[in-house]
Ligand binder design. Structure first.
Ligand SMILES: [Zn+2]
Length: 247
């Protein structure tokens, strides 16, 4: 094998190697938590921290304020205990794509400790950006600041799920219903409204903390797109505009 072929073979191996969270990825999680904390008094008054479950190709790393879970501990950070549990799932690099709600394999790994309503999941920053950059349809989630803004989005989903009757949530939902013809009783309507709320929170945070991501999100919106996130983004943008962007 020539030297060049050897280098190329190594590069191909590295590209397919299972992704394991790095020091940089953990510091991005911690910055993500700090990010949602900056807006939580405004967006979710009275709500505290939630748990964050970072997963890579091998493990789930749970950041929790509870120190008494019967799970192996791997560290601590500012009042959080970090637990590390192998999830036993075979994940390819395309499975490590984003952040969201609970996942069956994460739930199984954490079942002795916490409940699916208490946490949101996220992949490491490095895997997140790499996946987004591979998306052929383009994305605005290919930067560190979009990853941090996603922590606000996911924190918002947990809040809306657990406090659907909080006055701010009820108020925001009424605004979204004014802005579009959404049948709120259908599953699809519920999902679109939940995305509108999370996007609304993400936009409010981005406007303040990440002006570049805010501008990209606004420019990204395509009225013809039909995904729940897309329709939700449109409703959130219209509701913010209707309120003069200052509510
Ligand atoms: Zn969402």
């Amino acid at each position: 094998m020539s030297a060049l072929a050897a280098v190329l073979a190594l590069a191909a191996l590295a590209a397919d190697a299972p992704y394991h969270a790095t020091k940089k990825d953990f510091s991005a999680v911690q910055e993500g938590i700090r990010t949602y904390r900056k807006v939580q008094d405004e967006l979710w008054p009275g709500a505290g921290d939630v748990e964050v479950a970072l997963y890579d190709a091998r493990d789930v790393f749970l950041y929790s304020h509870r120190a008494d879970y019967p799970l192996p501990k791997s560290g601590a950070w500012r009042g959080f205990t970090i637990y590390r549990v192998p999830h036993g799932e075979k994940l390819t690099k395309d499975d490590l794509r984003g952040c969201g709600g609970s996942k069956p394999f994460v739930d199984r790994a954490l079942s002795k400790a916490t409940s699916r309503d208490a946490y949101f999941t996220c992949v490491p920053l490095g895997a997140f950006v790499a996946f987004q950059k591979r998306r052929k349809e383009g994305t605005v989630y290919d930067t560190r600041e979009s990853y941090l803004a996603t922590f606000v989005h996911e924190r918002a989903h947990v809040y809306q799920r657990n406090s659907p009757n909080a006055p701010d949530v009820v108020h925001a939902m009424a605004d979204f219903l004014d802005e579009g013809s959404i049948p709120p009783s259908s599953d699809r309507g519920q999902s679109v409204l939940a995305e509108a709320y999370a996007q609304w929170c993400e936009l409010k945070a981005a406007e303040k903390l990440f002006p570049k991501h805010y501008g990209r999100l606004k420019a990204w919106y395509k009225p013809e797109a039909e995904g729940d996130h897309d329709i939700g983004l449109g409703l959130a943008l219209r509701a913010l505009k209707g309120a003069g962007g200052t509510r």
